[in-house]
Design a protein around this ligand. Structure first.
Ligand SMILES: Nc1ncnc2c1ncn2[C@@H]1O[C@H](COP(=O)(O)OP(=O)(O)OP(=O)(O)O)[C@@H](O)[C@H]1O
Ligand SMILES: [Mg+2]
Length: 343
C-alpha cells in the first residue's frame, strides 16, 4: 500500500537508539510522521517514563494507553495518516500481561498495592526490559480482522549504552526460567526483535563522543546480528549547511582568508570602510575570524562524518531546526527522512 519503495521495506518495528541528548525522541517522532505520511497508522512508543513525546507534541502527559498525537504530512494526492503515541512503563505492562494471560487484572491491582509489582520489576531488571520490548512486539503484531492495526511501530529506545542488553531479552531473563510463562513470552518477543521485521537505527550528531558511541553500539549489535538482529540506518542529526567551497574552507580554517578581499566584497555590497582604523580588526576582520571558526568546525564535522563510514550502514541527514522544535520542525525532519528514502 506504500506509494514507493523505501530502504526499510518490510520493517514494521523501528528501534531508535543513540547517545543521550542527540535527538532520539525527536528523530523517532519524525520517523513516525514520515512512515505515516503514506496514509497508514503508526505507533510512536517511549519506554523510559520521561514523557518526552508528550512534551514534543505539546500535549498532556500520556497514560498507558495509545492516543492519537498527530496527523502526518500527506504526499501529493494522498492525505497523511495518523501517529498514535504510548508511554510504556514496566509496571503497567506487567499488569496488562497478567490480565491478558491470567485474567488477573484485580489480582494485579492488589499486587501493585502490596508492592509486588515494584518488587518483581526491581529484582529482575531483565523482566522490566522484556515487558517493554514485549509491549512493542505485541503492538507490532496486533491484528484486527486479519489486518495489522499499525503499519509500523517506532520505539524511542534506551541510549546506546543500554541498548544491546535491552534488546537481548532472551538471555537476560534466562535466570527467570522458573517463571515459565515469562520465559515463553521472552522467546516470542525475541522472535519479533530478531526478525527482518525489526531494525535498530542510531541517532548521532557530528561530534567525537556520540560518533564513537555509535560505532561502538553498531559493533556491539553486530554481535547480536548473528542472532538475526537487523541493524538499521545512522541518522545524523542537527546538521548545518557549510556554504564554502573546499578551497575556501581550507583557507578559512588556516586563518589565511584575505581580509582585503572580504573588505572589497563588503564594499561591493554597499558596506564602506569595513577595514576599520589601522590596528583594529574592523568588520572585515571580525567576519574573517568568524568564518575561520565556522570552517574549523565544518572540517571537524567532516572528519566525524568520514569516521561513520566505518559503520557501513545507510546514512540519513536531518537538518538543525533553528527556530524552535514544534510540529512544523518535525514535519521538516520527516520530509528530509522521506526524501532520503528512510520512509
Ligand atoms: N534537528 C534538530 N534541530 C534542532 N533541535 C533539535 C533537533 N533534534 C533535536 N533537537 C533538540 O535537541 C534536544 C534533545 O533532543 P531529544 O530530546 O530528542 O534528544 P534525546 O536523545 O531523546 O535526549 P535524551 O537522551 O535526554 O532522551 C531537544 O531540545 C530537541 O528539541
Ligand atoms: Mg529522549
Amino acid at each position: 500500500m506504500r506509494a514507493r519503495d523505501t530502504d526499510w521495506e518490510g520493517v514494521r518495528l523501528h528501534v531508535i537508539t543513540g547517545k543521550g541528548g542527540t535527538g532520539k525522541t525527536t528523530v523517532a517522532a519524525a520517523l513516525a510522521l514520515a512512515l505515516a505520511s503514506a496514509g497508514g497508522k503508526v505507533l510512536l512508543m517511549e519506554v523510559e517514563g520521561r514523557q518526552g513525546i508528550a512534551q514534543l507534541f505539546d500535549c498532556p502527559p500520556l497514560p498507558y494507553e495509545e492516543r492519537k498525537v498527530a496527523v502526518a504530512p500527506g504526499t501529493p494526492g494522498r492525505a497523511g495518516g495518523d501517529v498514535y503515541a504510548l508511554a510504556a512503563d514496566p509496571e503497567s505492562a506487567l499488569l496488562e500481561y497478567l490480565e491478558m494471560f491470567y485474567n488477573l487484572r484485580h489480582a494485579g491491582r492488589a499486587l501493585t498495592r502490596l508492592g509486588v509489582v515494584d518488587f518483581a520489576t526491581t529484582i529482575a531488571p531483565g523482566l522490566r526490559d522484556v515487558l517493554l520490548t514485549g509491549k512493542a512486539a505485541e503492538a507490532t503484531r496486533r491484528k484486527v480482522a486479519g489486518r495489522f492495526v499499525y503499519d509500523a511501530v517506532v520505539m524511542d529506545a534506551p541510549p546506546t549504552g543500554r541498548i544491546s542488553r535491552f534488546l537481548n531479552v532472551a538471555t537476560e531473563v534466562s535466570g527467570l526460567t522458573r517463571m515459565g510463562p515469562i520465559r515463553g513470552h521472552a522467546d516470542t518477543v525475541q522472535s519479533v526483535i530478531r526478525s527482518p521485521q525489526t531494525a535498530v537505527h542510531f541517532v548521532t550528531v557530528l561530534e567525537e563522543m556520540p560518533v564513537q558511541e555509535t560505532l561502538d553500539g553498531v559493533a556491539e549489535l553486530r554481535g547480536l546480528a548473528k542472532g538475526g538482529l537487523q541493524l538499521g540506518g545512522i541518522m545524523i542529526n542537527m546538521t548545518r549547511p557549510v556554504g564554502l567551497s573546499d578551497d575556501q574552507l581550507a583557507a578559512a580554517a588556516a586563518g589565511t582568508l584575505d581580509v582585503q578581499d572580504i573588505a572589497l566584497g563588503l564594499k561591493a555590497a554597499g558596506i564602506e570602510d569595513s577595514l576599520g582604523p589601522a590596528g583594529n580588526l574592523g568588520l572585515a576582520g571580525s567576519l574573517a575570524a568568524e568564518v575561520s571558526e565556522h570552517a574549523i568546525e565544518a572540517l571537524a564535522q567532516r572528519e566525524q562524518r568520514h569516521k561513520l563510514d566505518e559503520a557501513g550502514q545507510p546514512r540519513y541527514e536531518l537538518p538543525m531546526i533553528t527556530d524552535g522544535m514544534d510540529l512544523a520542525g518535525l514535519y521538516l525532519l520527516a520530509t528530509a527522512l522521506q526524501e532520503q528514502g528512510a520512509a
